[in-house]
Design a protein around this ligand. Structure first.
Ligand SMILES: *[C@@H]1O[C@H](CO)[C@@H](O)[C@H](O)[C@H]1NC(C)=O
Length: 225
């Protein structure tokens, strides 16, 4: 699995969008406030039917120096990450480094119903971002990248990363949490998120430094490359 890491190149290119990308949540920091930690737990829904193309579900943080940290869950035909995926999802920590190179942690397959948590944190000791992906509370995939960078945009998205994709089946995100470098009450998003998602209401118990979300439910969404 380790051999997979840098040879695949950029398969989830947010910056150069040649494939369909549906951002359910896009949350920008303002001024000199930045994201120093975030976490989100994807509760896996059914796999796409039929299996086709490359349907990817992810949380992510865009950095101020262009790195893109992305806890990826995908279901792809002939996945180089998880061969013989069958009716499971493939999950791994992933960072697009400066928009050209990619680095990923160990890919792990998991069945519908599994809980995939990705935790991103700027480690104050190393100044690196530690990205840890847990499957049902077990740490199974991790990377550390992006030294000294600061988070500026948080995403929850669905992507057709290759070919023609079947609809992304309904799924939910639990325990989304974002910690800013300092309190900013204006970080709060009001109203609904995109693509008929339900929930994901933000609140802060410390005047805007730490933000927690209610469960975000995303319905079946057609997505084509
Ligand atoms: C916010 O979420 C974090 C991370 O899941 C959790 O540790 C914390 O207790 C939550 N805070 C509140 C006020 O619910």
């Amino acid at each position: 699995m380790k051999g997979v890491s840098t040879t695949i190149g950029v398969f989830l290119a947010l910056v150069d969008q040649s494939r369909a990308n549906l951002d359910i949540i896009t949350l920008n920091t303002k001024g000199d406030t930045w994201i120093q930690e975030a976490s989100a737990t994807l509760v896996l829904g059914d796999v796409p039917n039929p299996m086709a193309g490359d349907v990817a579900l992810w949380s992510a943080i865009m950095m101020d120096k262009r790195d893109f940290l992305q806890g990826v869950t995908e279901n792809a035909l002939n996945s180089p990450y998880c061969p013989n995926l069958g009716s499971k999802w493939c999950n791994f920590a992933y960072t697009l480094v400066g928009s050209r190179n990619a680095k990923n942690g160990a890919p792990v397959s998991a069945a519908p119903g599994s809980r995939i948590k990705t935790h991103y944190k700027l480690n104050p000791d190393t100044d690196l971002w530690d990205q840890n992906l847990y499957v049902d509370d077990k740490l199974l995939s991790s990377i550390s990248t992006s030294q000294g960078q600061h988070g500026v945009i948080f995403y929850i998205s669905i992507e057709c990363a290759a070919g023609t994709c079947s609809p992304a089946p309904a799924h939910a995100w639990e325990d989304i949490s974002i910690t800013l470098s300092k309190a900013d009450p204006s970080f709060k998003h009001s109203g609904a998120w995109q693509y008929k998602a339900i929930g994901g209401e933000m609140s802060s118990a410390d005047n805007g430094k730490t933000w927690n979300f209610t469960t975000l439910r995303i319905p079946d969404i057609p997505i084509t490359g």
